[in-house]
Design a protein. Sequence first.
Length: 306
Amino acid sequence: MSIGIQRSHRISVDTAVDTFAKFGLAGLSGASGWLFVHPFDVAKVQMQINQQPGATLTSTCRKLLASEGVAGLYAGLNFAMWRQATYTTSRMGLYDVLMPMFKGSDGKVSAIGKMAAGVAAGGIAATACCPVEVGLIRAQADSSLPPAERRNYKGLFDAIRQIKTTEGVPALWRGVGPTVGRGAVVSMTQLASYDQAKEMLQPVLGDGFPLFVASALASGLIYCTASLPLDITKTRIQNMKADPATGKMPYSGMLDALTQIPAKEGVLALWKGFPPYFLRSGGHTITMFLFKEMYTKWYEQARGRR
């Protein structure tokens, strides 16, 4: 009996370690991949808040380099690392934990089950991590403001303190609607499509580097196209300021922004900044999943499973 109890205890400990490892590997993979794509994210934000037509990735990067130097391309990197440590860790970790709950009678998770796990994981993570997102967007947009209007946050905790003091706690969750909507769409399309693409392509490509790259590329294309309109509304709402004359905010919410932007700037404005968005999001998808596959392999080897 004591042997059975010890074995049960060992299994429960192993399960707990594996669960925590899923979150740790997710955050580490996200942070490792992000270092390669952060400049594209800065350019994307600058293009999205620029309501004048004609801004391109090249012109935006040239303007940033001229005004801020190379450091301008890495504006808000500390916020981005906090985002990976919180949001990416949460959504990818939760997805890995939730997905097995959607297994069918054949022991497999259907495409719909994967999408459901992605929606739940993305929505929960985006709600909890919205203050980090608000700080990141504002830090990246700061250089586009006149010097007198810049917020000059020193870091995440300084941003949270300043926002809470000057605008109130609810401002930390400004844009939570589009943030959650985008988080659900991103996780549903990115995580679910990666796993589904791997499952479909494995018989053709085998199990290895080509499979991981092809699956990640397919995932990046799908989720970038689906999520960019929500990303633009989120960026505009989180960066908006009240009109000095009327005190009125430019947008009342996600649906209002999704209506006003195409009405005033054209339908394609909802996909403004697609090249840097894809370089950022598609590039991060590829590097993140490659790092995750590598880190997971190392973890399994360390646990004596490979």
